[in-house]
Write a protein that binds this ligand. Structure first.
Ligand SMILES: C[S@@+](CC[C@H](N)C(=O)[O-])C[C@H]1O[C@@H](n2cnc3c(N)ncnc32)[C@H](O)[C@@H]1O
Length: 395
């Protein structure tokens, strides 16, 4: 199967000119392949320590009041007044567990083979791919002869979000190829911003979510905000959940639907919604909708389909506040990932605990890392950090 998929002699090398909805790991705000930011444009990607400085807006503190009250926290900032004010949360903060390091090791279709000297070598389905990796400060473990055999190398700006092009060692490869993770089929994809249509470090969250859905004994309602190519939505639906997937990029939603079709998942209960994530959850709050699990993997900067601006440091407090309101009253979970921001996991950890005051449960926060596995997938190598996360569970 793997050999069969090697080198489909198809389209030209993919350049940085025409992709959207891609998660980018570092640098300045990205455009969707255009000069101007458009829907779903995202800047920076993952990794606790990756990314540029960001001004932290004052999110205030939850005052010790007995009755929830709405307060404005954006007055002193230059961002537009949010559509609804933050609720002052009272009650005890949830229990905490820190630091938690969630590690992704290799699977049949994905493996971090080696890293070092500012690059990483990974196996995505049938292909070996080399991409820049600013955090790989250490030397490579494997000899140059192994790296030189890579099928595709991303060359371009050394910035994480720099556009560039893919260089292939032989004939140009097709833009997509089939992959399978957690029993879910989807396309690997050479995109313009060095990304390949899936963020494998998310496997740690996805397998946790899958187990929770399978153990529930009823169809859980899952909301996947900033859902990109839909792999998490497909994993959740296959495990038995009813899924609402929200992303601002029409193109990303199109890729997600292609992934659904690839796995013959047309009948899966997934609502694909192309909308600004904040706008969507505010509407759900007004409607009184409830979800058992909410996943949110926001970029540092992005735009909704109508130009709505998402700035993580400005928008996250309100997003979590609204998510709390649309979580089911019992047995609920909220999983947040953040990347390419200059912040410690403690900043999202403490925000999560303040937001979830009075709801009990546990907040666990830390980093998502991927462990090198060597060419055979059996060697235990170094851990590469990709992102920060914070996860609240009611029980
Ligand atoms: C980092 S990706 C999420 C990746 C996803 N968690 C995964 O692993 O497959 C970020 C996504 O946010 C979307 N996005 C950016 N701004 C948005 C906004 N304002 N509302 C909704 N989605 C947005 C982008 O189109 C992109 O698909």
């Amino acid at each position: 199967m793997k050999d069969k998929n090697r080198r489909q002699k198809k389209g030209p090398a993919v350049t940085g000119a025409a992709r959207s909805g891609e998660r980018v790991r570092q640098g300045s705000p990205i455009r969707n392949g255009d000069a101007k930011p458009q829907a779903g444009a995202v800047a920076k990607h993952a990794g606790g320590s990756r990314g540029e400085p960001s001004r932290r807006k004052d999110v205030g503190a939850a005052a010790a009041k007995t009755v929830p009250e709405r307060v404005s926290r954006a007055a002193a900032s230059q961002v537009p007044e949010p559509q609804r004010k933050l609720i002052v949360r009272t009650g005890d903060k949830p229990a905490e567990r820190v630091p938690v390091i969630l590690e992704t090791a290799g699977t049949d279709d994905y493996r971090l083979i080696d890293s070092g000297a500012g690059e990483k070598l990974e196996q995505y389905g049938p292909y070996r791919i080399v991409r820049p990796e600013a955090q790989a400060l250490w030397p490579r473990s494997l000899p140059a002869s192994v790296w030189e055999k890579a099928d595709a190398v991303f060359t371009g700006d050394t910035d994480e979000d720099g556009m560039g092009r893919w260089r292939f060692s032989g004939d140009a490869l097709g833009e997509t190829w089939p992959m399978r993770l957690l029993d879910t089929d989807f396309h690997g994809r050479f995109t313009a911003f060095r990304h390949v249509g899936v963020f494998p470090e998310q496997l740690a969250h996805w397998s946790w979510m899958k187990a929770r859905i399978e153990a529930a004994g009823r169809p859980l309602k899952v909301l996947n905000l900033f859902g990109y190519t839909g792999v998490a939505s497909l994993v959740a639906a296959r495990a038995g959940a009813e899924v609402t997937h929200v992303d601002a990029s029409k193109k990303a939603i199109g890729w997600a639907r292609e992934n659904q079709a690839l796995g013959r998942g047309e009948a899966l209960p997934i609502r694909w919604i192309c909308e600004d994530a904040m706008k969507f959850i505010l509407r759900e709050e007004r409607r009184g909708s409830r979800y058992d699990i909410i996943l949110a993997d926001p970029p540092k900067f992005g735009r909704g389909p109508n130009g709505e601006v998402w700035q993580l440091f400005d928008s996250l407090p309100l997003m979590l506040d609204v998510c709390r309101e649309i979580l089911a009253p019992d047995d609920a979970a909220l999983v947040l990932t953040a990347y390419s921001i200059r912040a410690s996991f403690y900043s999202i950890h403490e925000l999560m605990r303040e937001t979830m005051r009075g709801r009990g449960g546990l907040v666990e926060s830390g980093e998502l890392v991927i462990r090198e596995g060597g060419t055979d997938g059996r060697t235990t190598g170094r851990a590469l950090s990709t992102s920060l996360f914070s996860r609240w569970t009611s029980a």
